[in-house]
Design a protein around this ligand. Sequence first.
Ligand code: URP
Ligand code: ZN
Ligand code: ZN
Ligand code: ZN
Length: 502
Amino acid sequence: MEDSAQNRLLIKGGRVVNDDMMQDADVYIEDGIIKQVGTNLHTPGGTRVIEAKGHLVMPGGIDTHTHMQMPFMGTQAIDDFYTGTRAALAGGTTMIMDFALPQRGESLIEAFHRWRTWADAKVCCDYALHVGVTWWSDKVAQEMEELTNEQGVNSFKMFMAYKDTWQLSDEELLESFKRCKELGALAQVHAENGDIIKENSKKLLELGITGPEGHEMSRPEEVEAEATNRACVLANQVHCPLYVVHVMSKSAADVVSSKRKQGHVVFGEPIAASLGTDGTHHYHKCWRHAAGHVMGPPLRPDSTTPKYLMDLLANGDLQTTGTDNCTFSAAQKALGKDDFTKIPNGVNGVEDRMSVVWEKGVVSGKMDPCRFVAVTSTNAAKIFNIYPKKGRVAVGSDADIVVWNPHATRVISAKTHHQAVDFNIFEGMEVHGIAEYVVCHGRVVVEEGEVRAISGMGKYVPTPVFNPHVYGRLEERERANAPCKVERAPYEGPVAQLNGQG
Ligand code: URP
Ligand code: ZN
Ligand code: ZN
Ligand code: ZN
């Protein structure tokens, strides 16, 4: 009886929201899978009922970009796979996509397994892994194949910044894009010009600008836009689909949007930080506060950027929302107290992303609840080829569901959040939209504000290659745009002799 009550769940009287429709319906769940959606459902005895009248019943959020417990810049992100995924659930996110990032020269497969070991022991929600191509060689190309064929990886992140560690040259980018194309994988880029950042950082330090504002000054918007454009051109030239992670500026977003208008297969991911706050904080008088906002590419010191990115997200120019959740405590940030280039880069977001997007997107009138579902869950599931298992409230889908109270409010604060980090970039923001119940694999993991997550409860979700949502039109596009020889009579006239000079 106990068991069946645990395995059978009815979410009753709510409004089911998918990316393409809303309907008043009950949702019946058994053994972690959605079994019925509709009205007047017949459900067995012993079924637990959640009353959802006046609430929205939506697919659990998918955060496309996290770095739990990542070793980075001489330290390690303080939110690990336990605290990070527990916080994710608290905010209505039921799946994260993290990054296995090898050191330069290290085996990609070894890095992948290291991340799997860390995550499997601790995750409270499901997760997938992108893998970083942080250096280039034949071995890397070979390992990419093994990761796609045997380990369920369908996305690789290439860095155009972090010179001397992870940055790839244009030639290496091109090779890695070609390899992604051959394997049916999606290429991701961290788009910033690392050479310019290095040059500017040196100059700023010489001028005595050592504080967090130097981080922002060293990489103005065009440094991101240039790299975004370059990545789009390189990927398009070799017919490789591209996903631009952490889109932080208007001009980078404009590049993605205009390339899409030109027919490129490219996707753009703004993050909770770029949608919910801005880079004026780098100039705050409190060092800790300013350093708390340091991430790359930087938040822009312009209060209109978040609204602009939200408009593009609402209207289909940008597609998903991640967080780049990569958190460091005050003491960790202080590694760079005398030199902004040593401040560990990263901010929070995994817990608050859903509320921030609801507040800035839906409450502001920029998007309706269907589009909210699209940009917080469904598009991610489609782009990473796990739809409709994830990203949809429908019969047969995983029972990853958030019962959303659209009217309730809360004030975001580091004092009350579930994350391990001692700072929150959204501190003091009042948001509507609260995850009142969260169901993960059919288990009620959040109940009236209480999180009942169990370490290691989540599962690794393999992501298959040759995704029709991404590769569906690529072959045709390549064929339609293939170079075509001009048939003509051969030239019969005189030909000059090479003079052997120059
Ligand atoms: O500042 C950031 N973004 N930290 C995490 C690493 C990355 O580049 O995504
Ligand atoms: Zn990055
Ligand atoms: Zn990142
Ligand atoms: Zn309620």
